[in-house]
Design a protein around this ligand. Structure first.
Ligand SMILES: *Cc1c(COP(=O)(O)O)cnc(C)c1O
Length: 385
């Protein structure tokens, strides 16, 4: 097997700890649905899904039928898969046959699901997603009576398992008024459902931020992405956690992902020389630089040019010059015994130093989720203890 230019390690113990923490926050009853859209937020569905199953998860949420198929291949247990987003008509047959559950937010999908289920002699398992003020997907209130009537009339082919919505930015306290109104609307609409004689077993609204900080949103299932990977949804949610627990600081969430590469080449340059393309970095003194074998095509943000850092031999090495497509350079003048082939930490810990995912977002204005979800599928992922 030939090697890739970098590698990602996923920590089973960190994941276990995150799941346990989320469980403690939401109480013993609600189902944890592990949100593994975007290749498990870049962690890699193939490696991450069995790890989550090992940590006790039996429910996964994805954004598309394609991702549902990826998860179905990765599962080692009889886990439930739920599609929250795009589902093409031609994929409905595979979805229903494999008992994959899916959000319905318009009547057309409901009707198509009924036709396909009828043809297969099976039941389609649906979660009715309603519009509560997010103005993304979600069935609008005016169509709800018709949808409920359709569901009642075709209960032989359509199983209404869930009733759900999604908050528009509950991780930020400045959106609190809007998200509270969403919760209120959701509860009103739920009453319409039960008044019509239907009884979905799972009400769900909570994402990570909601599950961690707003108990009234937890209900029967939570859809948790960000937090299970060990990232706080926002400083607001972290501060609410401190407030709720009366602690000054706490780190119950552990980063699951570590990203590593190796030193490809080392060279000495003279004061006044430029590093790499262009003139963005001029050596202020005689320097030693290390060349690393990856760049923006491998998911390393180009905006970290002349700003980011890596760790080599337990020391921080600042980036010098531009991040190229497949290469970038770091200043290793103060790392004496460095040699080509030395391990490099791009994200993660080595000895006393750590490069956090958040340090990337502080430099680049990208959100944590953006950085990790863009890590290319081609980078090998491996589970570690
Ligand atoms: C992405 C997503 C989630 C998970 O959000 P996190 O904040 O990462 O936990 C939950 N529900 C829906 C509908 C989503 O699209």
């Amino acid at each position: 097997m030939v090697r890739h230019s970098s590698r990602i390690e996923l920590s089973q113990s960190a994941l276990k700890q995150n799941i346990n923490f989320i469980r403690k926050k939401i109480g013993p009853d609600a189902i944890i649905s592990s949100v593994v859209k975007a290749n498990a937020f870049g962690h890699g569905i193939g490696t991450f899904v069995p790890m989550a199953e090992k940590a006790g998860v039996r429910h996964f949420s994805v954004a598309s039928s394609y991702e549902a198929w990826q998860v179905s291949r990765a599962c080692t247990q009889d886990s439930i898969i739920m599609i929250m987003g795009i589902l093409y008509d031609e994929d409905l047959e595979w979805v229903i046959k494999n008992k994959v559950e899916f959000f319905v937010f318009d009547l057309a999908r409901l009707k198509k699901a009924k036709e396909t289920a009828e043809k297969l002699g099976m039941k389609a398992i649906v979660h009715l997603e309603v519009e509560t003020g997010g103005n993304r997907t979600g069935l609008v209130e005016s169509k709800l009576p018709e949808a409920l009537e359709y569901l009642r009339n075709h209960s032989g082919t359509l199983q209404l398992k869930g009733f759900c919505t999604h908050y528009a930015g509950i991780e930020s306290l400045s959106n609190q008024f809007r998200t509270q109104k969403q919760l209120q609307k959701f509860n009103e609409l739920y009453k319409q459902v039960t008044d019509s004689g239907l009884q979905p077993t799972l009400r769900h609204t909570a994402c990570s931020a909601a599950a961690l900080a707003f108990p009234e949103t937890v209900m029967d299932l939570v859809r948790v992405g960000t937090a299970q990977y060990g990232m706080w949804p926002s400083p607001d949610i972290y501060n609410l956690h401190l407030q709720q627990t009366g602690k000054k600081q706490d780190s119950p969430l552990k980063r699951v992902l570590t990203w590593k590469t190796d030193v490809m080449h080392i060279k000495r340059i003279r004061e006044g020389e430029f590093v790499g393309y262009g003139t963005s970095y001029q050596a202020p003194y005689d320097m030693k630089i290390a060349v690393l074998p990856l760049g923006y095509s491998n998911g390393y943000p180009r905006t970290l040019s002349n700003r980011g850092e890596v760790i080599i031999r337990g020391k921080k090495a600042p980036i010098v010059g531009l991040i190229n497509m497949n290469v970038f350079m770091v200043d290793v003048s103060s790392i004496e015994d460095i040699t080509s082939g030395d391990e490099v930490i791009l994200i993660g810990r080595q000895m006393n130093h750590v490069i956090t995912i958040r340090s990337f977002s502080e430099f680049t204005n990208a959100i944590n989720n953006e950085l990790v979800s863009r890590l290319p599928d081609a980078i090998p992922r491996v589970a570690v203890k």
